[in-house]
Design a binder for this molecule. Structure first.
Ligand code: TMP
Length: 394
């Protein structure tokens, strides 16, 4: 197996590593490059950052702050429950602040979360929470204590784990015979079509195509039974898998889906290289636009201190000379500085401040929610910048 590099996003810090001034000179950087695994077709980073540098008790991303995500997981619960027995045993891998598990009965729901700050929160809500990284040993331990699971769920977590074989093996060992393994992660097709290269950052060890995931699941005793494209996180797939031996039938045509991905070219190095060229074009367009806005006397800020915007700001070299500050609703991020380019992060005011002319959408995946909330800004002629799928001021 070899991984062939097609994209280089340069030197990057920890995407969620919001920091204070005292730590500027101790910041960790790595080279963020992406390649294609010629055996499975997996799009994956050339050099993984060690998980404990990213996921620890100062992890700042909090899933339940956005109404979009709270609604999304309440809906996911309803949708998946229809395929489960009564009183199912449920386990979530990467439970964050409990935004998904909160929808389920604490007596039969278990959580795995390596970031202790968040594990404490689900424990206080009554959910048995294992504060460690997912592994074959942990799955064994959970099985011995609680038995097999009817549902193993993971949202924006599987793509974070470098060793997918070990991860899927552990899932297979803890799943009941007809149990469901449902996981959602950003979709490679969506990233290619939206030019959303900011999906790539330290935590996203891989960007999944169904083609690649299917191969890796298969060699670990699991099969894809359903795929649902979903809108969250800038376009994701919710992949449903079961044990190879499962008898359940789903009205889903996997071959058709795989043919579609093959036509798009998800594992075609030429297609991936032309994406890399579009990324370079996006960088030039964004810098030119920000420079012009500044020359014309506009005050530009950024909306949402996202991991995605860490990739953009560091790749494009955007610092506080072009974007004055970032606003964010997450208390853990406020008062700190953005990783790498050190733009100050302020508490999001109830409305964008009066003197702001333009806001870059760091959280472009919440554009609808943000436009609704910022109606006064929009009414007074304020504009947003998005780089998806092209750099645009609107
Ligand atoms: P995400 O794109 O990784 O989900 O992160 C979204 C970030 O944007 C998170 O830190 C919260 C922040 N945010 C705001 O500050 N205001 C908003 O209205 C929304 C929707 C998100």
């Amino acid at each position: 197996m070899s991984v062939i590099k097609f994209l280089d996003l340069g030197s990057q810090p920890i995407a969620n590593g919001f920091l204070n001034k005292e730590n500027f000179d101790k910041e960790f950087f790595f080279n963020l490059s992406v390649g294609l695994d010629d055996e499975t077709g997996l799009v994956t980073q050339m050099e993984y950052v060690s998980p404990d540098i990213m996921f620890n008790d100062s992890y700042a991303y909090r899933g339940s702050l956005s109404k979009t995500m709270r609604d999304h997981f309440a809906e996911a619960k309803k949708r998946i429950s229809a395929y489960l027995p009564e009183n199912p045993k449920v386990l979530e891998i990467g439970s964050n602040d409990g935004v998904f598990v909160k929808n389920w009965n604490p007596a039969t729901t278990f959580a795995v979360e390596p970031c202790e700050n968040f594990a404490k929160e689900t424990i206080s809500l009554g959910y048995d929470t294992y504060s460690s990284f997912w592994s074959v040993e942990l799955a064994e331990n959970i099985k011995n204590t609680n038995g097999l699971m009817d549902l193993i769920f993971a949202a924006n977590c599987m793509c974070h784990i470098p060793d997918l074989d070990g991860t899927f093996k552990a899932v297979e060992s803890l799943l009941s015979d007809e149990g469901l393994f449902v996981f959602e992660d950003p979709s490679l097709i969506e990233m290619l079509s939206r030019n959303s290269y900011d999906q790539i950052y330290d935590e996203h060890a891989h960007i999944f195509s169904v083609t690649a995931v299917n191969k890796i699941l298969n060699r670990n005793g699991l099969k894809v039974v359903n795929v649902e494209p979903i809108s969250v996180h800038g376009g994701s797939n919710r992949i449903w898998a079961m044990k190879m031996s499962s008898q359940s039938k789903f009205l889903f045509d996997l071959e058709h889906f795989l043919t579609f991905e093959s036509l798009v070219g998800v594992d075609d190095l030429n297609i991936l290289s032309s994406f890399a060229e579009r990324v370079e074009g996006s960088k030039i367009a964004l810098i030119n636009l920000l420079q012009k806005l500044q020359d014309d006397g506009n005050k530009v800020i950024s909306y949402g201190a996202t991991s995605k915007s860490t990739t953009i700001f560091n790749y494009c070299g955007i610092d506080s000379s072009l974007i004055e500050y970032i606003t964010d609703t997450t208390p853990e991020k406020q008062g700190l500085y953005s990783p790498g380019t050190h733009i100050p992060i302020l508490k999001a005011p109830s409305q964008i401040e009066q003197d702001v002319d333009v806001a870059f959408l760091g959280a472009w995946n919440f554009e609808k929610e943000i436009r609704n909330k910022e109606n006064l800004f929009v009414e007074r002629g304020g504009k947003f910048i998005t780089h998806v799928p092209e750099v645009t001021l609107r």
